[in-house]
Ligand binder design. Structure first.
Ligand code: AMP
Ligand code: GLY
Length: 423
């Protein structure tokens, strides 16, 4: 099978690394990829939003399957684009169609879905310019902190959590009337604040059945002790100690099964990864958000723990026979720690030479924001490298990741030294 992965982050490197181990693989391409994906396949210089360019490449190379890494092309309808073009309509796309991708692309759509199917989630209201006054009244009835979410995609920045009512009202106005998040914020979901500890749960779905992948916990804040600005994620671990059988049974029965049944009942055809962001509130799971893709950096610990052939699972999705496939999970712990550019998540510089990549032992380095310049690898993004290790427990895996991080360097490099601190 010839496979094309779309994307260029650590998630896509980890997916490509896993696909490269499949006995069913012939050729692997990554568009546009990075300096890491180049080591497991062939990078192709096509952007993920260039649907025509992707189509031409798929036809030219006779690609048999396309795996979509990031949410944007899914929310913009790449799966539908394939189905609508007869030369490529037969090529399976792993990732949901545009309508189904609204589970991530519209917070209001996903909240309505959860309400309809009685899936535990925070109480909410959705407000626009038409009923902003009701939005103010809704805020007055809530206890702080106040959670405001731009309805649409806002590059991971569309959620505000505010302590003061006056600030919450001001931000609601700014989102709706001052385009704070562009058109994404023309409609705003206001939610009750859920207090607890977060967990990322992932399933593969073929439209009617599902397989549960290893769960993970990511560390979103830039600073140690979970302080400072939100980032795309500074590290992740899997398995997560509190996600024991009792808790995961609740997740499956109260969330995963109702979600998949709800998709079927609503005629929402879903083929791909579904990422369920949860809050564990005193032992009960509540959905914070759905994403129509894998998490990053969660993928960098989830893929290493998957023993099964991933192309076999993807084939199960494509042919809607996932229930006949086996999923085998590695019992070991996997941890990943992100090395990021100085200044991230604010302004940072690119083009810094990365050293030490050849010295890493007993860890895997997944590239996030890197680019190859001949034999030299330089930084090309805020999140640069994810150093993943296995261990018999959390401490052992983290110790390995940190030993190897010490060998890696580039000007301004930073990483959190406390991943897993709260567990
Ligand atoms: P989202 O983009 O929906 O994942 O939100 C970003 C982050 O905001 C989440 O990862 C949570 O840490 C936090 N968050 C979102 N919604 C809530 C909520 N209802 N209660 C508490 N924290 C939340
Ligand atoms: N690490 C969180 C995300 O990928 O959205």
């Amino acid at each position: 099978m010839d496979v094309l992965v779309l994307g260029s982050g650590g998630r896509e490197h980890a997916l490509a690394w896993k696909i490269a181990q499949s006995s069913q693989l012939d050729k692997l391409f990554i568009a546009p990829g990075n300096a890491g994906t180049k080591e497991v396949g062939t990078n192709v210089n096509i952007k993920v939003d260039d649907f025509e360019g992707i189509k031409d490449f798929v036809i030219k190379e006779g690609i048999d399957m396309v795996i979509v890494g990031p949410e944007d092309p899914l929310v913009n309808g790449i799966h539908d684009f394939f189905l609508a073009n007869k030369e490529i309509a037969h090529v399976p796309v792993i990732g949901p169609k545009k309508f189904a991708a609204q589970l991530e692309g519209s917070k209001d759509f996903s909240k309505q879905f959860m309400k309809r199917h009685k899936i535990p989630t925070a109480k909410y209201g959705t407000f626009t310019a038409e009923n902003i006054d009701e939005g103010y009244q809704f805020l007055e009835k809530l206890k702080p902190p106040f959670v405001l979410k731009a309805d649409g995609l806002a590059a991971g920045k569309g959620v505000l959590i505010l302590d003061k009512l006056a600030d919450a009202k001001k931000e609601l106005y700014s989102m709706i009337h001052e385009n704070k998040f562009g058109s994404a914020g023309a409609s705003v979901v206001i939610e009750e604040f859920l207090k607890g500890i977060e967990l990322s749960v992932f399933i593969l779905c073929d439209g009617k059945s599902y397989k549960i992948l290893p769960e993970a916990k990511d560390y979103k804040r830039i600073g140690e002790g979970d302080t400072g600005l939100n980032t795309g994620g500074m590290g992740a671990i899997s398995p997560v100690p509190f996600a024991n059988t009792t808790f995961m049974d609740k997740v499956e029965n109260q969330i995963i099964i109702p979600v998949v049944k709800g998709l079927v009942a609503d005629n929402i055809d879903y083929q791909g990864f579904l990422f369920i962001g949860l809050m564990n509130v005193k032992g009960d799971p509540y959905v914070i958000e759905f994403n129509c893709r894998m998490g990053d950096p969660e993928t960098e610990v989830v893929m290493p723990r998957l023993r099964s052939d991933i192309l076999d699972l993807f084939d199960g999705i494509a042919t809607r026979t996932l229930s006949e496939r086996d999923i085998d999970i590695d019992e070991r712990t996997a941890t990943t720690v992100m090395m990021v550019s100085g200044g991230y998540p604010g302004d940072y510089q690119k083009g810094k030479k990365i050293t030490g990549l050849n010295q890493v032992k007993e860890s895997m380095v997944f590239h996030a924001g890197t680019i190859a310049d001949g034999p030299v690898v330089t930084t090309n993004g805020g999140r640069v490298l994810a150093v993943t290790s296995y261990g018999k427990n959390l401490d052992a895996a983290l110790t390995r990741s940190y030993e190897n991080l010490e060998k890696l360097d580039f000007e301004g490099a930073y990483y959190r030294k406390d991943i897993g601190f709260d567990l």
